[in-house]
Write a protein of this length. Structure first.
Length: 113
């Protein structure tokens, strides 16, 4: 701020105080900008490391969800067809299986499905 005064004019105490305050302020701004740069570089490093891992986990989760969907379809089909088979299979056993095999099949009815 002293260079704004015409040549030959002496500095007063207020101008020196203002000059020191401006220097302190600029030093603090430089420190703040340095901290921001450090935070920005660290956060970009974390993002660069984490995003591929998140993408990999998301791909794994999509595959797991597909398997769950297939299992749900299988269970639904089982729920639909088991009562039909329970009614149909005993009729076929009576018609086609030999008498010696029937006790084995009747014993298997005791096991849960």
């Amino acid at each position: 701020s002293a260079y704004l005064l015409p040549a030959g004019v002496e500095f007063c105490a207020q101008i020196e105080s203002l000059d020191k305050s401006l220097e302190d302020l600029l030093t603090r701004v430089d420190e703040f900008v340095g901290m921001l740069d450090m935070i920005r570089s660290e956060s970009s490093q974390v993002v660069n490391e984490s995003v591929p891992q998140i993408h990999t986990k998301a791909t794994e989760m999509r595959e797991i969800y597909r398997k769950i969907d297939k299992l749900e379809v299988c269970i639904l089909m089982s729920v639909i067809y088991i009562p039909f088979l329970k009614g149909t299979v005993p009729l076929h056993i009576l018609m086609f299986f030999p008498l010696s095999c029937r006790p084995l099949l009747n014993a298997s009815k005791n096991f849960p499905c």
